[in-house]
Structure formats: C-alpha cells, structure tokens
Write a protein that binds this ligand. Structure first.
Ligand code: GDP
Length: 343
C-alpha cells in the first residue's frame, strides 16, 4: 500500500517537473491557467541556463499580449501596513471587476532566504480570491537581477490577463528605484507623525512618489493630519513632476478600509491624466530604454568577470590601488584593456 503510494508520488513529481513546450506554456498563460503561469514563472526565476533560454522564448511570445495593465508601485517601511493596504485596495480593485497580480521586490530575500514581501499569508483574502495572483519576490544575486525577473514575471501576468499589477517593496533602499522603473504610479505609505528621516525614508524616495498616503490614521488622527500637512508642504518644495501631476497627500486606514476607494479613484484619475497628456506612454518608453541599458550593463559586467584570468588580474590591480600605487582610473583602464584583449 505504502509502496504504491510512493510510486504514485514519484510519478506525480516527475510529471510536475516535466517541461512543457513553449507553445504549451504560452497557450496556458494566455488562457489564464494559473498553474501554467506559475510554472512559467518558476522558469523565469530559475538559474539554470536551459530554463532561462526557455523562459526567454516564452516571454518573447507573451510580449505582444502584455503592457495593457495599470502598474502600481507601493513602498513603505516594514510595519507601515503595506500588506494590509494591498489586501484592502486589492479587494476594492477586484470589486471593480479587475484582475490583480501582486508582485514584490525584496532585496533582503537573499539574506533571509525567503521573501516576506508578497507573502500570501499576509494577504489572506486576496490569496484565496479567484481574480488575484500573488507571487513573492524572486531571489537573485543582485538587485538588478531580482528586478529584471520581477519585470519579466509582470509580462507573463499581463499576458495572462491581469490588468492591474501591484509591485511591493520596502522603503529603505535602492529597490524603490527598481520599482519606480517598472511601474506607472508610485505610492508611498507613511506612518502618522515623524518626518521622513524619523521613519527611515530617504528624501529621494519621497520625491519619487506620485501619492503619499499616511496610513494608520485611525490610531492617531491628530498626528496623522499633522503628518499629512507636513508632507503637503514638503511636496510643494520639490521640483514639479515631469508628468504635470500634482502629488497628493491623503490619509487612510488600511485596517478599517478608510480612504481606500478614494485612493483608487485618484489612481484612475492619474491614469486618464497621464494617458491624456502622453506622459504615460512616454514613461513606458523610457522604462524600456532603461531596461535595455541595465541589461547590457549587467551582461557586460558578467562577461567581464567571467573572462579567463580576470579574477587574479582584478585582485592584483585592486591591491595596487588600495596600497596607493595606482589610481582607480588607471586600474580600471588596464582591466578594460585586458578584457578587450586578454594576453
Ligand atoms: P507591512 O510590514 O508594511 O506589510 O505591514 P503590515 O500590513 O503587516 O501591518 C503591520 C501591522 O499594522 C499589522 O498588525 C496590521 O494589522 C497593522 N495595520 C496595518 N494597517 C493599519 C491601519 O490602517 N490601522 C491600524 N490600526 N493598524 C494597521
């Protein structure tokens, strides 16, 4: 009995591992088959070269069907209420008849061996909703690598018919720039009270925001109002947005579902506004150029360090630079020459 079960399990797991053809993946994704979508995402996230090649083909074939969604970046320090907010806004969005994919970029997932962002257990209603798809952050050696994978996953989700995408990240480091470079709208969640320095948010991140929402306004209404006013004043001092959009500051309570539908209305307003003045499509074009450049940069760097003898050469030059015998510029020049024609 037990043996039979073992055999059945083995067959099942072998079947699970068997790769599909490119067309099977693409057709599955296009028909909204979540299991096939999940398996294709696993290929995108895989470090295996064959999987990568297959993933690239799938992405290429999905590309013509992607790009039709509204992409929202959401950031804020841990504990600000991101997952509660995503759950609340997400359920509202589903109520509007939309299909929602929730993705994440978590630069710490390598260290903690698993992403806390985009974790289904944090979004219990959404994770069981038929029209929502939640995927935690892919792991990866570099933030650029993680971000690229998230971008590719977004392409697959869009091809699968998800017309709304949330990309979540923590508001403490460079990952915001990555999220900003793949979303149409950037929403910053803050806590009542305390300036951005106190909340550990970099000014650059505040400047990137298209909307600042002070969450947990139910806990300290007065402080929340003060924070909202302080950010409203601060936003006036920032350079005007290229989009022509005036950055809003609002109060909300993700826990009590307050201010959530108003935020969604603002997002839709931005969508029409930026579509109307051409900024939406221009920004998408800029993002594509950015990713072309980033991918070339990453690729070149990879090739550079894979060059035979480069590691030794690099270490030797690094020693000379650190001991003051060579400037970094001369060192870099010499390494680049070695890269283009190794001896
Ligand atoms: P994250 O780390 O940014 O994803 O934050 P969570 O969504 O996990 O929220 C952290 C804690 O704050 C949880 O205990 C939530 O229930 C609570 N929380 C989130 N939003 C609100 C809110 O609007 N009001 C109140 N009172 N608590 C909230």
């Amino acid at each position: 009995m037990k043996d039979k079960k073992n055999i059945r399990d083995r067959i099942r797991s072998a079947k699970r591992k068997k790769l599909l053809s490119v067309d099977e993946y693409v057709n599955g994704i296009r028909s909204g088959d979540r299991m096939v979508l999940g398996r294709a995402i696993t290929l995108v996230e895989s470090m295996n070269d064959d999987h990568q090649a297959l993933a690239n083909e799938i992405i290429g074939k999905c590309l013509p069907f992607a790009g039709q969604s509204f992409r929202l970046g959401i950031t804020g320090v841990p504990g600000v209420g991101k997952s509660t907010f995503i759950e609340s806004l997400g359920m509202h969005v589903l109520g509007q008849g939309r299909k929602l994919a929730v993705l994440a970029i978590d630069p710490t997932s390598n260290i903690s061996k698993g992403s806390i962002l985009g974790d289904k257990t944090r979004m219990q209603q959404l994770s069981t909703a038929g029209n929502a798809f939640i995927r935690p952050s892919p792991a990866g050696a570099t933030l650029g690598g993680v971000a690229r994978k998230t971008r590719e996953v977004m392409t697959l989700c869009e091809a699968a018919g998800f017309n709304t995408v949330f990309v979540e990240t923590v508001g403490v480091g460079q990952s915001e720039t990555a999220v900003h470079s793949m979303t149409d709208f950037f929403l910053l969640l803050l806590l009542p009270g305390g300036g951005d320095e106190l909340q550990g948010i970099k000014r650059g991140i505040v400047e990137m925001a298209d909307l600042i929402a002070v969450n947990k306004s139910d806990t300290a209404p007065e402080l929340a109002k003060q924070a909202k006013q302080a950010y409203k004043n601060a936003v006036h001092l920032f350079p005007a947005k290229e989009s022509g959009w005036t950055v809003g500051t609002v109060l909300c309570s993700a826990l009590e579902n307050k201010g959530i539908s108003e935020i969604w209305d603002l997002l839709l307003e931005y969508y029409s506004f930026s579509k109307g003045n051409g900024f939406f499509d221009r920004k998408r074009g800029e993002q594509l150029r950015y990713w072309l450049e980033e991918t070339i940069n990453d690729g070149l760097k990879g090739m550079f360090f894979k060059q035979k003898g480069m590691k030794e050469k690099y270490e030797e030059i690094e020693r000379q630079i650190v001991s003051g015998k060579m400037t970094p510029f001369v060192g870099a020049q010499s390494l680049l020459e070695y890269f283009s024609k190794p001896d």
